[in-house]
Write a protein that binds this ligand. Sequence first.
Ligand code: AMP
Length: 280
Amino acid sequence: MQKITTVTEMQQLARAFRAKGSRLALVSTMGALHEGHLALIKAARERAETVIVSIFVNPLQFGPSEGVVAYPRMLEADLATCAQANVDVVFAPSTEEMYPRGYSSYVMEESLSKPLCGVSRPHLFRGVTTVLSVLLNIVRPDCLVMGRKDAQQAAVARKMINDLHFGAEIVVVPTIREADGLACGVRNRDLTTTQRQESLVIHQSLKKAKEMVDSGVRSSDRIVAEVTHIIGQRRRVRVIYVSIVDEATMDPMREVVPGRGLLVIAVWVDEIRFIDNMVL
Ligand code: AMP
């Protein structure tokens, strides 16, 4: 496995792999790798001869109070994880390498990125689409692998890739959960035992919604109300949004179309923000 830290080296290496006829898959991450990331790496491995994992805590996608400095960084452990997962290249640039002094170009998707997390985190998707554009231009992968855990992010990325003709196929991998149902995430390790217990209501409410649809309920209002009610019973959990949307467009869905409606949830568990979703 090779560890690359500069843009020039990454471009050269990607070019060399392409010249040998190798298909390239890119898994873009912010590090602190967990089972969710590993599922993306596995999916990448199944689709390409060369798997490149980027590890970069992207400051552009954090708001002023959103803790970019406190974001966990554990590059050595991540490198060992990647080596064990048979990754070919880890691209771990510094912030200065990605956004050198005077950097002033940004990419924005202006439709799917507006609702849901776009409301409560106005910096997020501009940061995501910009960093993905930079990474896609450096690596020029055949496919970009993302997680459904961040369904809006995947939808925004897909739209940007299509609109701007990046030419990469996007592969979206199902959410990986811990044994108790909580979706794997970097913030999970910060939870106290009580917070962890309370956070389980996220998955419990998603499952309840799925049961409602399976038993014939189609009204999004009823499902959203039930989910909000269930979450409201936990003292430490506060709803940011609960909505049922079309997964491709992020448009609200008034009547659930089974298999197409996506229930999306964002909550605070005390001061830790979680998102999750489930196809109904
Ligand atoms: P992050 O490091 O948080 O930027 O995430 C990098 C990629 O991993 C994104 O495409 C996420 O959607 C994906 N990801 C994060 N957590 C999970 C999970 N629990 N299951 C599947 N994919 C995930």
